[in-house]
Design a protein around this ligand. Structure first.
Ligand code: MTE
Ligand code: MO
Length: 550
């Protein structure tokens, strides 16, 4: 057998050994909980990634960033494992060391990553299984290739299992013509110090077993139901709110095709989070702990929340990462428990100015205490648009606070709520260069016409949305080319916490025209034309669109 072929086989063996480790590691994670090796490493990459890299991914990959990251991690592991095996064909000890390193990486990611609400050992168990299985796997592969990683300087010596004639002992029962041919052709062809022989039957058996373990483990981990399922979620009945949202006024939606729907359907509601897999938290075991600088610590389960006074409100959510004209804004009808009432029950102590909330995956968000107690409708939301929260949007419970960007207020999958001081902690995003406090900036967007749309000359209509949550929109104006600012027609206002639609009728003359929009909030603040990137506290600048009039 040629050295090349031998390296290729060893490389393949390395891949299958790592694959078996990963597959059974994933299965352990699915069965016992703990950090999945692939997701654990991927999540660490997200958390360690420099801010600009993350911004780039959010902007250019959107929700595909997650599958792409998982695929990249898997590919990198497989390339590394192949190299480990291939190098092992001449230096078997290195193959073992590299494989152990892979396993250690999974354990390290689990041990240092954001902690789930499980105990420490369970957390790293999938990583340990990965390390053990992958290491045993590579040892078996090397053995089938008659390579001995333990043989001191004689790395290339065959395993001496059962005597000084390893080939005969290892190849028991394989006295087929094939094997004889293999032996007789390869022996003379290889240099004197080449590894002695190759046990084809054992190699096949080993690699097949590893392949089955890897694929089986991975497959089973994917089909095993995790946490609670969709039927359970849909089965939850949220009682009618004691305080209903007021009926949405008739005129909130302008009748122009292409304008965002006033209520964003859950399926098309934007989604921003740092998770590779959506948590499926079981509401039967879920608990929220309210503690810190309070007189009485509160522990509430899901039923406790369902039994409290519920309020229902329309609130428009916005992500700080939204670029001028961007899509990360959506409006929904939320139902839940007023946060202020629970804070009153707990008794907030003097000196506190913040709440640090934590989600089930360990992500932290810092919110000014004032925004939770100043009378606005900050809620622990249980429902969104008439159904229990979708898993992607924080099931079973999330925070919603009118007027603040999501990263400082909208904790999904919340499990912990600690009254504290901003000086006592730094939250996940603040550690990554985003501002500690971030009220939503007054903004507006042109939905129609789309950029570079072709329209007919004559009477034309532009339309879109504007938002300045918790202040309200007072005015929207449109500028054609460099002309005067002209008032747009505002649709009816639902509440000051929701976005507002607008239309603008103009007489389109042939040629290219630029339409620019700006909003003024109810405090009289005119949306600034100064361009700012989303970091550190939200984009600013005016949205414009160019139309081609024919
Ligand atoms: N647990 C958790 N909550 C989170 C986030 C997150 O990454 N993890 N992202 C926040 C951000 S940046 C925003 S804009 C909103 C988005 O909520 P949505 O995905 O339901 O639209 O959730 C917030 N809550
Ligand atoms: Mo966000």
């Amino acid at each position: 057998m040629t050295t090349m072929k031998r390296r290729a086989l060893a490389g393949l063996g390395g891949v299958l050994a790592a694959g078996a480790g990963l597959g059974l590691g994933e299965l352990t994670a699915a069965l016992a909980g703990g950090t999945s090796p692939v997701v654990g490493v991927g999540t660490q990459l997200i958390d360690l990634a420099p801010g600009p890299a993350k911004d780039w991914a959010v902007k250019n990959l959107g929700t595909a960033d997650k599958p792409i990251l998982i695929g990249t991690v898997l590919l990198a592991v497989m390339v590394f494992a192949f190299l480990a095996g291939a190098i092992g064909a001449s230096k078997p000890r290195i193959a073992v060391v590299m494989t152990v390193l892979l396993g250690l990486l999974a354990i390290l990611a689990a041990a240092t990553g954001r902690t789930l609400a499980t105990n420490g050992f369970v957390q790293v168990l999938p990583g340990i299984i990965t390390l053990l299985i992958a290491t045993i796997g590579i040892l078996l592969v090397l053995r089938a290739l008659h390579l001995n990683p333990f043989g001191g300087g004689g790395d290339r010596k065959a395993f001496a299992a059962g005597g000084s004639k390893p080939h005969q002992t290892l190849a028991t029962g394989s006295s087929t013509a094939e094997h004889a041919a293999e032996r007789s052709t390869e022996r003379p062809a290889e240099p004197a110090d080449a590894p002695a022989g190759f046990d084809r039957r054992r190699f096949l058996g080993t690699t097949m077993a590893l392949g089955v373990a890897g694929a089986g483990g991975l497959g089973a981990s994917l089909v095993l139901p995790e946490g609670v399922n969709e039927a359970t979620r849909r089965g939850i009945r949220i009682p009618a709110a004691a305080s209903r949202a007021r009926a949405v006024p008739a005129g909130v939606s302008v009748d122009v095709p292409g304008v965002s729907r006033f209520v964003t359907p859950n399926q098309s509601f934007y989604r921003v989070d740092t998770l590779l897999t959506v948590p499926k938290v079981d509401p039967r075991t879920w608990e929220l702990r309210i503690h810190g600088m309070v007189d009485r610590e509160l522990r509430l389960n899901f039923a406790d929340l369902l039994n409290r006074r519920l309020i229902e409100r329309d609130i428009t959510l916005t992500c700080v990462s939204n670029e001028v004209g961007g899509p990360y804004v959506g409006n929904a009808r939320w139902i839940g428990v007023p946060i202020a009432e629970l804070l009153r029950e707990a008794g907030v102590q003097g000196g506190a100015d913040a709440v640090k909330s934590t989600s089930v995956d360990g992500l932290t968000i810092g919110t000014p205490l004032q925004a939770l107690t100043d009378g606005r409708d900050a809620i622990f939301a249980l429902g969104m648009n008439g159904e229990p929260l979708p898993f992607e949007h924080g099931f079973p419970v999330r925070m919603v606070v009118p007027g603040l960007y999501g990263y400082v207020s909208a904790t999904k999958w919340i499990v912990d709520f600690e009254v504290t001081r901003f000086s006592e902690f730094s939250a996940y995003w603040t550690d990554r260069g985003w501002s500690v406090e971030a009220p939503i900036k007054t903004s507006s967007r042109i939905d129609v016409p789309k950029g570079f749309a072709r329209i007919k000359a004559g009477p034309a209509v532009a339309a879109g949305v504007a938002w300045a949550q918790h202040r309200g929109i007072a005015k929207v104006e449109v500028q054609v080319d460099n002309g005067d600012w002209q008032p747009a027609t505002l649709a009816a206002e639902d509440t000051i916490d929701t976005w507002r639609q607008w239309t603008f009728r103009w007489n389109a003359t042939p040629g290219n025209h630029k339409l620019t929009v700006r909003a003024t909030d109810a405090d009289g603040q005119v949306q600034t034309a100064d361009r700012a990137a989303p970091r550190p506290n939200g984009s600013s600048g005016l949205h414009n669109t160019v139309v081609m009039v024919e």
